[in-house]
Design a protein around this ligand. Sequence first.
Ligand code: GLY
Length: 579
Amino acid sequence: MKAVHIRIDWLIGIILLVFICDPAMSRADDIYENEGVQKVCSEKGVVVSASRYATKAGIRILERGGNAVDAAVTVGFVLSVTYPTAGNIGGGGFMLIRTAEGKNSFVDFREKAPMAADRDMYLDSNGEIIKDLSRVGHRASGVPGTVAGLYLAHKIHGSLPWKELVDPAVILAQEGFTIDMEMAKSFYGLRKLRENFPGLKKFARDDGKPLRPGYRLFQPDLASTLRRIANNGPNGFYTGKTAELISEEMKRGGGLITKEDLNRYQALIRNPIEGDYRGYHIISAPPPSSGGTTLIEIMNMLEGYPLGSNEFMSVNVVQTVIECERRAYLDRSTYLGDPDFVDIPLSRLTSKKYAEKLRSGITTKASSSKKMYKNRVRSEKEETTHYSIIDSEGNSVSTTTTLNGSYGSKVVVKGAGFLLNNEMDDFSVKPGVPNMYGLLGGSANAIEPGKRMLSSMAPTIVTHDDKVYLILGTPGGATIITSVVQIILDIIDFGLSPVEAVSTPRYHHQCLPDIVYHEFDAFTQRLKSELEEKGYNLKERSFIGDVQLIMVKGSFACGVSDPRMEGLASAVKEISIKQ
Ligand code: GLY
């Protein structure tokens, strides 16, 4: 028996060695130093999320025999407890599911405008935007979708009982969890807001002093809400006591969400957006997210260039990527919105023929976004979160959820203990007029009662030969799409390993403002000069994104959590590799 064990261990070792040493996957060893970034591999299932508590809870569900969707439900609810900046039950998101049999489906649980919302609700009598009304406070919230979305995913694909999946979140809310340095810093940053938003006191000590790293955060009201959801499913949120508490909160703060809005909310199953790139198949988020459409449009344009035969991060590559991004973001702002309200020329936008036409306008110099642009959308906030999961059967889940801004609208529902989103700001608050960022809104994304606001979230799965190859996504508002593009290019065109692809510095262009944003070390001095010579405006900015990636090779899946944040990749019967 012992000999057999040794042989199995050797076999696993050899397979992993091949995985790690694949020349196509380690070409960039000299490109980026990534010491300390952990890749975990397993045949039995992998979870990668922005919170170590959520990842571990998801792994426990897989270990108990749950499938990837079961684990995703648990991860989603735990994030609402342990990752309050973006994890939520008061917001929304999208879940892309690919079953082991190769069936794709997409759960849309994006928030909706309340029925009392109207196109000009954030404008004063002169038609000017009232500062911050769509971003903070009660009127900034759309009708939350997360609970309905997770329930719908479970109803179709789940295998373990619903209550078992919500219970880990109930326990963490009730019994508390230890906060780390990043979270303590984040809570410290809320102290000035507590006067206007007293619900935020739940993130401080009873005497009002900030919580220090190592303290436990107890959330008894949130535990009660989660218990109602565990016991009653979506009725525990959209009806009864929770709905009553939300409606009272809205009345107190002049918000628009009513009990009827909550009762009427429904998550939807949609067809994902799909496209091909150099023999790989990309599956991603359809409208009301712009994520998948814009991603496919960019990849279609890029396919026309032999990127991989250029040096990694050479001026040719970066310029080509920027120009393709510019054109796709222009279309994003012009055409995209909630498909239940606007007609979107999706098949044209995602066709190879259209990409060819767009490519014909690209030269070796910078195009002018101003000249190209007709309509534009508002920029989005970046406090979103992503998790990627695969189980031992190969069922795969890619989920991105959001409150929009950090801590959403900053409103905690009194007695219910959760934050509400400020997702109304993702609508074009004033179509056709520049907002405070110099961006214009498209009328396709104007506010209408019951409409879903446009998103950039791009939970994505890439397959090869009909088998899952990559499961990925990231937060980052408008930068979500370009981060996903970069990861796919880095892996497919430049042969970077998952750790390298996730760690490599990022850059971003979104047409307007006509600026190429880059992390401080993304471009060499030489590349900066070359791009500037071609007419690009460059701007250094802080870190971009927080990618949670799984790569599958053979029977092994390997997960990597972005080193930019505090997330965790973990696996059932984990084999951990430090590169
Ligand atoms: N709130 C960010 C997004 O939906 O893209």
